[in-house]
Design a protein around this ligand. Structure first.
Ligand code: SF4
Ligand code: SF4
Length: 383
């Protein structure tokens, strides 16, 4: 397992592959504990708990007994349980009750990431950030009951607004190659509506790209939901692209988006957890999503670096994907941030070493003008 830093959260390190909670629901507490134990043996240390289901919370409390300090919990604020059902709420009393119920059932006095639950519309964003919910989160953070404030969303416009408030440390966002092509929408169902894929699409939607770059520049960490599109991305008949990806390609795609630190997978069994952990044993070819993306006819990714690494190895050892990322981040920012120039400095080889052999351009399935990019980088960073 590899780990990435939540940079605004006391440098907590989360596993690149982590768990969503939907696969645990309906399991006995022993089954639940066995799944969590196996995941932790494989190095998973991060779990999302969006559901307010009391049984889930009780089982989680049972499973994390004596290992609370080894697991990073992402608990939702605004996810409540009423009349035997999950309900999103913005009512301050209900929100407080549901959050305190979570602490009690988990038998803990803190939640690592207090995630403001499911904000997709601009109205709801205004309601949350101009009302009691954000105040409650700030108070929880001040008291150390949560270590970081997060927000979950499917809408890049809302997510960007939230990041720009400066309050958000962690963003839970839906990322996969199909969603990435879709324009922002307040209705999550539209992201999978076949009508929206009927005429084909070109490149990652600019608002989504802006969001990822903004998070990377502001040290806001993204943990990913819907990496497999609820499983549909893995099935050619269900995927809106009409082609199937494998799990490792989906994970690799997400982990190569700027800002992303972890992919949260909704595993339903120990076998599924073990299969995902094999991502680290999979070959470069198995993980390579670039060939699937570049062979689609109706859906085109062209001219922009996807950070896929398919062009490697460079003749002189430059990490082309990373250099391109730092160039793009600097261009988007309009200046070179110290953090970005630090990351660039730490690269083993720099763009100035490019001998213009053209090997990378021949290998790039997306037609990126890499030599030009290396020249850009040399101008921007000076070497
Ligand atoms: S230049 Fe092309 S092959 Fe290389 S990382 Fe970017 S998109 Fe991938
Ligand atoms: S053109 Fe430059 S970046 Fe591309 S492989 Fe050759 S040396 Fe490396």
């Amino acid at each position: 397992m590899k780990y990435r830093e939540l940079r605004r959260c006391d440098n907590l390190k989360v596993s690149e592959i982590s768990l969503g909670c939907e696969g645990f629901i309906g399991k006995t507490k022993e089954e639940y504990k066995n799944m969590l134990d196996r995941a932790m043996e494989l190095g998973v240390n991060f779990i999302d708990m969006y559901t307010s289901n009391p049984e889930f919370r009780d089982n989680m409390g049972y499973s994390i007994k004596n290992k609370r300090d080894k697991i990073i919990l992402q608990g939702h604020i605004g996810s409540s349980w009423e009349k035997g059902q999950y309900l999103r709420t913005r009512n301050p009393e209900k929100t407080k009750f549901a959050f305190e119920d979570q602490l009690k059932r988990l038998n803990t006095d803190y939640i690592d990431i207090g995630m403001i639950h499911y904000v997709d519309s601009v109205d709801d964003f205004n309601n949350v950030f101009n009302g009691e919910i954000i105040k409650y989160c700030i108070k929880l953070k001040e008291k150390g009951i949560i270590r970081a404030i997060g927000l979950s969303s499917h809408n890049p416009v809302v997510a960007k607004n939230a990041v720009e408030t400066g309050y958000i440390d962690v963003l839970m966002f839906s990322v996969n190659p199909a969603y990435d092509m879709q324009p922002p929408n307040e209705n999550v169902d539209e992201l999978w509506n076949p009508e929206n894929y009927k005429n084909g699409l070109v490149n990652i939607n600019p608002e989504r790209m802006e969001l990822y770059e903004l998070c990377e520049r502001n040290n806001v960490s993204i943990d990913v939901m819907k990496a497999f599109g609820g499983g549909d991305m893995l099935n050619a008949n269900l995927s809106p692209f009409g082609v199937a990806f494998n799990e490792y390609q989906c994970i690799e795609y997400c982990l190569t988006r700027p800002g992303v630190v972890s992919v949260m997978a909704g595993c339903h069994s120990i076998n599924e957890i073990e299969k995902l952990a094999l991502y680290y044993n999979s070959s470069k070819e198995e993980k390579d999503y670039s060939l699937v993306l570049s062979k689609m006819e109706k859906f085109k990714f062209f001219g922009n670096c996807m950070y896929c690494g398919h062009c490697a190895p460079c003749s002189v050892g430059i990490n082309v994907a990373d250099v391109n990322k730092y160039v793009n981040l600097s261009i988007a920012q309009g200046e070179v941030l110290e953090t970005i120039s630090d990351h660039y400095r730490l690269l083993e080889h720099h763009a100035g070493e490019c001998i213009e052999c053209g090997y990378c351009e021949k290998n790039c399935p997306f037609g990126v003008e890499v030599i030009k990019k290396m020249k850009n980088a040399t101008e921007i960073f000076g070497y």
